[in-house]
Design a protein around this ligand. Structure first.
Ligand code: NAP
Length: 286
């Protein structure tokens, strides 16, 4: 049976490492600040906002919340983002998405100052990830996958990693982070031919698709590490399930991350770490 790569100890270790850095910032007169901008009352957004705020506040990060009506105009939203950009006590901003359909999400994202973009939503922040520079931040979920792999000492250099899903939120930036760590990366998507065969050739498979059970016994080999990023609501079970058919896959592979309790449990800790790093970069630039 596969070793379970649980997210909780990864998040705990990450937060422990942050405590000293936050103390050093405090000694320099800086309290890290996180702005959260939410439009409307989507239960998913509210749940993530609560979890992110709780994690941040426990660490001593000040959280500034802005909630806009779900019918707000593009101008209202962009003005709120301008306020965040101008507020020197805010080092990082989380804009909860998806935005309501009447809003131009791309334009809203691009309005955010890339130095405060701690979730890889601006071209400026993603450019740093693309170039492998120490500027910008990858989306928190992509960074959470890297934290998980590192915590469990899963070797990346020279390994074949297949990432399934090429969105800008997970798969694409993750592929670049893995490449930056000398993995040989195959980025798969809905048009990939012979997906199962491609996946069987990898040492590590990361599934970030949003299709329950897509990664089944036919896609895996003994010895592989499988990271399940997918979150899908299973009506019958009344719970979240990943993209991996765990009943089939877990008995076959070496290690697997569960859903729930895997990558998803690390994202708020990563978000907090990005706020701290943004504050440190601001201090360094002064
Ligand atoms: P997305 O934007 O819908 O992208 C899905 C990707 O999967 C696309 O690249 C798509 O290919 C690919 N795909 C769809 N069907 C496929 C198939 N049959 N075979 C191979 N590839 C296929 O989704 P996302 O935002 O990246 O999210 C992916 C999953 O991660 C979702 O379940 C989401 O809920 C989860 N997620 C979890 C967290 C967390 O904190 N745990 C955070 C973010 C997202 P094309 O590009 O060709 O369409």
């Amino acid at each position: 049976m596969a070793t379970l790569l649980r997210g909780a100890p990864v998040a705990t270790a990450l937060c422990e490492r942050l405590a000293g850095r936050i103390e050093a910032l405090e000694q320099a007169g800086i309290t890290p600040g996180l702005a959260i901008v939410r439009v409307g009352e989507r239960p998913d957004d509210i749940a993530y906002e609560r979890a992110a705020s709780r994690r941040a506040e426990r660490l001593g990060i000040v959280v500034h919340r802005t909630v806009l009506d779900k019918n707000c105009s593009q101008d209202d939203l962009e003005q709120a983002i301008d306020v965040v950009n101008a507020d020197a006590s805010v080092h990082g901003c989380l804009l909860l998405r998806p935005l309501p359909a009447h809003l131009d999400e791309r334009s809203a994202c691009e309005r955010l100052s890339s130095s405060k973009d701690i979730d890889g939503i601006t071209p400026g922040s993603l450019a740093g990830v693309f170039c492998g520079f120490d500027t910008g931040f990858p989306p928190c979920t992509a960074a959470a996958v890297m934290e998980l792999l590192d915590f469990y000492h899963i070797e990346l250099s020279g390994k074949r990693v297949a990432v399934v899903g090429r969105s800008l939120v997970v798969g694409r930036p993750l592929a670049l982070l893995l490449l930056g760590r000398d993995a040989t990366v195959t980025l798969c998507h809905s048009r990939t031919n012979n997906l199962a065969e491609v996946l069987r050739q990898a040492d590590i498979v990361v599934a970030a698709v949003g299709r329950a059970g897509l990664i089944d016994a036919a896609c895996v080999q003994p010895g592989q590490t499988i990271i399940d990023v997918g979150t899908n609501w299973d009506e019958n079970l009344g719970s979240l399930v990943g993209d991996v058919a765990h009943d089939q896959v877990d008995p076959l592979v070496a290690a697997v991350s569960p859903v729930p309790g895997g990558v998803g449990s690390i994202t708020t800790a990563v978000l907090a770490s990005h706020v701290v790093e943004a504050a440190e970069r601001m201090v360094d630039s002064q």
